[in-house]
Design a protein around this ligand. Structure first.
Ligand SMILES: N=c1c2ncn([C@@H]3O[C@H](COP(=O)(O)OP(=O)(O)OP(=O)(O)O)[C@@H](O)[C@H]3O)c2ncn1[C@@H]1O[C@H](COP(=O)(O)O)[C@@H](O)[C@H]1O
Length: 134
């Protein structure tokens, strides 16, 4: 998937300076980050609505629109796909798929390890600030 996103990101960069009358991407750049953010939010809501309605095909279509609008916003914000992949790898290396602590308490829920499986040590995240520490 990252290859597709990287190709799309390069296409978005290439379209940025095209004629806004014929290029949606150029039009989004002309209208600026707030319009990009609005479109991204709209697409996210469309994905949510289609998922709740169980419309799998629509979720696929709207997810592609969401990822397009996300790459446009990345380009506008000076974020490259590899910046995001690096952060995802950092989190995976640090804690596997980092779990957020339940807000209610720092106690971790008692989860019975699968029979015979060696328990993976669960490292408590203090909360959102833990992610920010570089
Ligand atoms: N990957 C995409 C892509 N995905 C979705 N979209 C457009 O984004 C819109 C998202 O759906 P919306 O319902 O929000 O759009 P809409 O209903 O037309 O309403 P408005 O956005 O006009 O308000 C659709 O109209 C899609 O055509 C895309 N437009 C362009 N690209 C790629 O971006 C590159 C540059 O293309 P241009 O922007 O056409 O130069 C090319 O590689 C394109 O393939």
């Amino acid at each position: 998937m990252s290859d597709s996103l990287e190709r799309l990101y390069l296409a978005v960069l290439a379209a940025r300076d095209l004629d806004p009358a014929t290029s949606r991407t150029a039009r989004l750049f002309q209208r600026g980050p707030s319009k990009m953010a609005k479109k991204l939010a709209e697409e996210a809501i469309e994905v949510v609505i289609d998922a709740v309605n169980g419309d799998t095909d629509a979720v696929i279509r709207e997810s592609a629109d969401l990822l397009y609008n996300l790459t446009v916003l990345w380009a506008s914000a000076g974020v490259r796909p590899e910046d995001v992949w690096r952060e995802m790898t950092r989190r995976e290396d640090m804690l596997g798929i980092a779990e957020k602590l339940p807000k209610s308490s720092m106690k971790l829920p008692k989860v019975a390890a699968p029979r015979g499986a060696a328990r993976r040590p669960i490292v408590a995240l203090e909360g959102r600030t833990a992610r920010k520490r570089h």
